[in-house]
Design a protein around this ligand. Structure first.
Ligand code: CTP
Ligand code: CA
Length: 226
């Protein structure tokens, strides 16, 4: 099977997906990260591949196997992710999906030696990380850009704000305040927004949801960005 058994809605398309957390070093033995498992991004990569796409998966540190037929490019930090995404889009990209949970801040300076404890309290100075998705979406040759928004409150408002601010074609909103879905879970429920429309999907296993999301992305991206 040429397209891995899918129905080929993305045959001939090049898809770049970010997944997993990033890991921001503090010193040689410590880092800042988050609870992202990478499961949603990996499931999307497998589903896009099954739909016939050529898929590059830019992945932060996760404990998942590479989906069959998908090219995985491992990265560690948010800055690594930005660089890898830029290269992948340069190589040709029709659809960019940012499923990674990127650390918004990193330690301003990485200590060369292990930090020793001394005072009763300490302060870690953090600086803002670059935004991979916003950077890709701002390109003159921007692909069809899909973001995720993990929110705990006012999900629709924050998600659509993000879509507009980052100039996205679509945003997939996750209510991470609900137990048993989203971060580090096998299941997810989302509401997808695009300019002028929305659709709710799930709750369902991330694999099932990923296949539905890929169908929706294929459908909408082939209609242009309006
Ligand atoms: N994203 C990214 N690079 C970053 C931060 C976020 O590519 N440095 C992407 C995520 O992969 C996701 C989308 O942007 O697709 C939204 O991420 P989110 O953390 O929800 O939004 P932020 O813009 O970081 O805003 P905040 O965390 O303050 O809600
Ligand atoms: Ca964030």
């Amino acid at each position: 099977l040429v397209n891995g058994g899918g129905d080929g809605v993305l045959t001939g398309k090049r898809v770049v997906i970010t997944a997993g957390p990033t890991r921001e070093p503090i010193d040689p033995v410590r880092y800042i990260t988050n609870h992202s498992s990478g499961k949603m991004g990996y499931a999307l990569a497998a589903a896009a591949r099954a739909a016939g796409a050529r898929v590059v998966l830019i992945s932060g540190p996760v404990s998942l196997a590479a989906p069959a037929g998908v090219e995985v490019r491992p990265v560690t930090t948010a800055e690594d992710m930005l660089a890898a995404a830029g290269r992948a889009v340069d190589e040709g990209c029709d659809i960019f999906i940012a499923a990674a949970a990127v650390a918004d801040y990193r330690p301003g300076a990485v200590a060369e030696q292990k930090i020793k404890k001394s005072a009763d309290d300490m302060t870690l100075a953090l600086v803002r990380n670059p935004d991979t998705l916003a950077t890709v979406a701002a390109r003159e040759d921007a692909p069809y850009c899909v973001g995720f928004a993990a929110e705990t409150t006012e999900v629709a408002r924050y998600a659509t704000d993000k879509m507009v601010r980052k100039k996205l074609a679509m945003i997939i909103a996750n209510d991470v305040s609900q137990p048993g879905i989203g971060f580090n879970s096998d299941n997810n429920a989302v509401t997808v927004f695009w300019p002028g429309g929305q659709r709710s999907l799930g709750p369902a296993a991330k694999q099932v949801l990923a296949a539905d999301l890929v169908q929706l992305i294929a459908e909408r991206s082939s209609q242009g960005r309006d």
